[in-house]
Design a protein around this ligand. Structure first.
Ligand code: MG
Length: 381
């Protein structure tokens, strides 16, 4: 049956009719196309629901208003849909990719990820959130009688792997089916950029809300923000600082998103890219900001690194978190029988450190803390 909705995607968009399909063939749905079904499967997965209790930058103890990985993901999905629509890309595929892009992240944000990577290095192995996300959708999600995992289409699995980095085919032979020598479709290329634009702006917002960042500091370090803030001060001289901050920040966000759309459209036009095959065959990615805005965006990112992510309040908490993840990991390495039966059974086929890493990475912040208290005692973070 044909998709009843008329498509007006551009010629360089990834058409669902050309999908390489699912690992386990399934009958078509009468009115949902395959990428829409993928999006729905992602939303109904446990890994997606767990995003609610996973830290983005600030843990819950600071405030209920800060982004979690779930609200961050929803922001990325909204911005990605806007960009995709403006460029004539496949919005269904983009939405599925945006919603799944962070499901492989461990508890406690980048601190959790950094310590898991370090722990795995001790066993000459690695933790990589994209590869972990692939394992989640391929095997860990248990929902269907016919197959393990979510049985997502090739392009969504490919996008999970390729959206944010390139994998060397020589170092990752197990990923060979994902055409590592080809660029992913534009729908996947977009996600890395919309993700970065989203968190750069959201982290400024949460940083200001937490009072770890102040308006004068942001203005001094981020010229793009300063330009808008100055204009807003002229336009609304009596408005309170919080509102001026919001007005300036939303213009920063809008400027970056608009530039991403226009610069990408211009590149596609200049290079006469007219099909997804041409997108795949290029030597480098086509989606991107203009050089000027890419510079501005980098400044914003550097400022967040130097002033927020490494702020002593955040880094003191990070050290505690790192210690707690390390302790729990060490406990399960010594007592693998304390793992849930399903995970313990896997230690017959896989190294224990891999099973412990998979189990730990799947945890929410709260669950990790519960497990730590259960097995090691002590007070909460
Ligand atoms: Mg993200």
């Amino acid at each position: 049956m044909r998709d009843p909705r008329p498509h007006d995607f551009a010629s360089y968009a990834m058409p669902v009719e050309k999908s390489l399909g699912r690992r386990y063939p399934e009958p078509r749905h009468p009115y949902r196309n395959e990428y829409v079904r993928d999006r729905d499967r992602i939303i109904h997965s446990r890994a997606f629901r767990r995003l609610e209790n996973k830290t983005q930058v600030f843990t819950r103890r600071h405030s209920d208003h800060f982004r979690t990985r779930l609200t961050h993901t929803l922001e990325v999905a909204q911005i990605s849909r806007t960009v995709a629509q403006a460029l004539g890309l496949n919005t269904d595929l983009v939405e599925a990719l945006a919603l799944v892009h962070d499901v492989g992240h461990p508890p406690f944000g980048h601190s959790g990820e950094a310590i898991l990577s370090r722990l795995m290095e001790r066993y000459h192995d690695r933790f990589d959130h994209n590869l972990h996300a692939l394992r989640i959708v391929e095997t860990f999600e248990q929902k269907y009688a016919e197959f393990p995992g979510l049985n997502l289409t090739f392009e969504v699995r490919e996008g999970i792997i390729k959206h944010s980095r390139d994998y060397d085919p020589k170092l990752y032979p197990e990923l060979s089916e994902y055409r590592l020598d080809e660029q992913p479709p534009l729908e996947a290329q977009l996600i890395d950029l919309t993700d970065e634009i989203t968190y750069n702006c959201a982290d400024l917002d949460d940083g200001y809300e937490s009072r770890l960042l102040t308006v004068p500091r942001v203005r001094e370090a981020v010229p793009l923000f300063d330009r808008f803030y100055r204009a807003i001060e002229r336009q609304y001289p009596t408005a309170i600082e919080k509102l001026k901050f919001n007005e300036a920040l939303k213009r920063v966000l809008d400027t970056l998103v608009t530039d991403l759309i226009e610069a990408t459209r211009e590149r596609l036009r200049e290079l006469k890219v007219r099909s997804v095959e041409q997108v795949r065959a290029r030597g480098s990615r086509l989606a991107g900001l203009s050089p000027r805005l890419a510079r501005e965006n980098r400044r914003q990112k550097e400022f967040l690194h130097s002033s927020l992510y490494s702020h002593e309040n955040i880094s003191a908490e990070r050290e505690k978190i790192v210690k707690r993840v390390e302790e729990l990991f060490g406990y399960f390495m010594e007592h693998p029988r304390s793992l849930p039966a399903r995970y313990f059974a896997k230690t017959k086929e896989e190294p224990v450190h891999r099973v412990v890493c998979d189990y730990t990475a799947g945890m929410t912040d709260n669950y990790l803390e519960e497990q730590r208290q259960k097995h090691l005692g002590g007070s909460g973070v």
